[in-house]
Design a protein around this ligand. Structure first.
Ligand SMILES: Nc1nc2c(ncn2[C@@H]2O[C@H](COP(=O)(O)OP(=O)(O)OP(=O)(O)O)[C@@H](O)[C@H]2O)c(=O)[nH]1
Ligand SMILES: [Mg+2]
Length: 597
């Protein structure tokens, strides 16, 4: 009897069938036929001794390797199933030997836990499930989920007729990636005696096809990812915008986005973010497309993260982790690295606490698992906590140092002009254009991480320091805001904020709001701000002018230099607030702006 049987548990919910209680765990394969009789998985309480015997007898069955199922086996299963009024099933290996016998309940069956063994890439597990269905139902969602999750060769369900004889048999296997997006290949239902194909050839062909589909894919660089998002109260348009942004983030992290899965539902599922049905679709899709990584737009709770990675046997990360990963990739200064590591550790701490035993080493490395702190993460909670404390102390020391530097600068009375804005708006390009410097510009989110300061000369020997900072993004993860408090401290000295907006982006309002939200969180919302609409070269001129008027923004193109003179004039007005500017002096801006490019 299994331990589950001794516990006399109520039948588990059907959804849990792929992950039997750990106590039911046992060696995966019983290769030697002479080994003791196969244990029966599932709850055998209430069965007669003869019925238990019949179950055990099933463990000794062996088919010829070219048969998917035989009428004799089908009949043995259905008769017993009819007798006990529960589902009965077996898992057969490719030689046709029964490896596991399961007894379920009226409408479901639980498969043994295989531990965390993974089938190879594009490979199947080499086991097929043959089981009974009492209510004449065909293949269920659970059958398809198991097929995908466990990489089964096939799932066969056999209807149990009232007289206990086999009715129709429904069989399915995973489908190689195909244009119609079909995840499962179903055979026409027929009587189990009538299967007339050679199973061993069929399964070999299928596996070849699956691995061929994998080879043809561009794995070039980076990991292959699927993005997942749930509407959760947002309208479709917003969802799409968020997904586009997630795609850009993934690109910035060097990930190859293979597919996007979205689901309309009013709320995220508390256990798995997306619903159970969608999750099994997702698992199948990941298998078909040979995915390394799944990225959720929604932030996951530690429990959701655990459930998802366990159910999918894949690395699953959320938007925050993705952003943290980009930051970890970009951090170059000691200060930046320290802050990213701190943010990563703080984010992972609660997750670490709950699953110290497993998956950390398996899930470590690659996107979402990168960062200076990775090796430390494999240590226990305590050491992580110690590390956090040490880093915090170090961060404090660096903050003091920076404060000292800022005070010195402040004493010199040089005003500071700070460029802020949504990521990829063109902030660094503007700094470059204004100061003729070669700061780093890239069409990637978060190209700039550490703040950069340059001198900018105005007419009349006036000088300012102009700084370029890390870009903002909507819903900036809390840990990151905290981490970048330090680098963004530069903004504390700013006399004027140049809020750069990509005027050609589809969601100007949302981005402006996101930037102002972060500024507010940092306590800088009282600072004078000039709204600068950049990239107007990408818009029609009249449209650009109208847009700028509507927002009272200064239209510019940091790339072509359009509008830079006006920008400097307005900045000067705010910075020095002078009425006594000498007429004609504006002309010198022209030179300055032009030479600044
Ligand atoms: N067409 C056009 N492209 C621009 C303009 N300004 C910037 N870009 C492009 O926009 C992309 C992002 O520019 P960056 O200056 O790196 O943007 P950023 O705001 O510093 O971005 P992060 O540092 O990543 O937050 C680059 O490919 C630039 O060439 C502009 O006025 N017109
Ligand atoms: Mg930049």
């Amino acid at each position: 009897m299994t331990s589950a049987a001794r516990r006399g548990d109520a039948p588990p919910p059907a959804i849990a069938r792929a992950s039997a209680a750990p106590s039911a765990r046992e060696p995966l394969l019983h290769r030697h036929r002479r080994s003791p009789p196969i244990q029966v998985h599932g709850n055998t309480t209430g069965l007669k001794a003869s019925q238990v015997k019949a179950l055990e007898r099933l463990g000794r069955r062996r088919l010829s390797d070219d048969r998917i199922v035989t009428n004799e086996l089908a009949r043995e299963l259905t008769e017993l199933s009819n007798d006990v009024r529960r589902q009965v099933g077996v898992l057969l290996d490719r030689s046709g030997s029964v490896q596991h016998v399961m007894i379920g309940h009226g409408s479901g069956i639980e498969l043994p836990d295989w531990g965390r063994l993974r089938a190879g890439r594009g490979r199947l597990r080499g086991l097929r499930l043959i089981h009974t269905h009492l209510a004449g139902e065909g293949l269920t969602r659970d059958d398809e989920t198991d097929l995908a999750l466990l990489r089964l060769d096939a799932v066969v369900s056999i209807e149990v007729r009232n007289d206990g004889l086999p009715g129709l048999s429904h069989a399915a296997s995973l489908a190689p990636a195909n244009e119609d997006g079909r995840s499962v290949e179903k055979l026409d239902p027929i009587h189990p005696a009538n299967y007339d194909f050679d199973f061993s050839v069929w399964i070999r062909d299928l596996e070849n096809e699956l691995s061929r589909a994998t080879e043809g894919q561009e794995v070039a660089e980076g990991e292959r990812a699927i993005l997942v998002s749930v509407t959760a109260g947002r309208d479709r348009e917003t969802l799409e915008m968020h997904v586009d942004e997630l795609r850009e983030l993934a690109r910035a992290a060097g990930v190859h986005v293979v597919d996007v899965v979205t689901q309309s539902r009013p709320k995220v599922d508390p256990r798995t973010v997306i619903g159970a049905g969608k999750l099994s679709d997702l698992v199948i899709r990941c298998f078909q497309s040979d995915i390394d990584l799944v990225i959720f737009d929604q932030d996951m709770t530690p429990a959701q993260a655990r459930n998802l990675s366990e159910r999918m046997e894949l690395r699953v990360i959320d938007r925050t982790q993705l952003i943290l990963d980009i930051f970890a990739q970009r951090a170059t200064t000691g200060d930046g690295k320290l802050q990213v590591e701190l943010a990563q550790l703080r984010y992972r701490m609660p997750r670490l606490a709950q699953r110290a035993d497993l998956s950390l080493s398996r899930l470590a490395g690659g996107i979402g698992g990168r960062g200076p702190g990775e090796t430390k993460l494999e240590s226990d909670r305590r050491r992580v906590r110690d590390r956090i404390t040490r880093l915090e102390r170090e961060a404090k020391r660096l903050t003091k140092q920076r404060e000292g530097r800022r005070r010195k600068r402040g004493r010199r009375g040089v005003p500071v002009l700070s460029i802020v804005g949504y990521t990829n708006a063109g902030k660094s390009t503007l700094l470059r254009a204004l100061t003729q410097s070669d700061v780093h510009v890239e069409d990637k989110m978060f190209a700039t991480l550490d703040p950069v300061s340059r001198r900018l000369r105005f007419p009349r020997e006036r000088e300012v320091i102009i700084t370029d900072t890390v870009g903002f993004i909507r819903d900036l993860p809390e840990d990151l805001v905290a981490a970048f408090h330090a680098t963004l401290e530069e903004l504390r000295d700013a006399s004027l904020l140049l809020h750069v907006v990509d005027a050609a982006s589809p969601d100007i309002d949302r981005r402006i709001r996101a930037v102002r939200d972060v500024l507010g969180e940092l306590g800088f919302d009282g600072k004078p701000e000039l709204l600068v609409f950049n990239q107007i070269d990408r818009l029609d001129e009249a449209e650009a002018q109208a847009l700028a008027r509507r927002y009272q923004a200064i239209p510019i193109s940091a790339l072509t230099g359009t509008g830079l003179r006006e920008l400097l004039t307005e900045s000067e007005e705010v910075l020095w607030d002078d009425e006594d500017r000498v007429p004609g002096e504006e002309d010198r801006f022209v030179d300055l702006a032009a030479s600044g490019r």
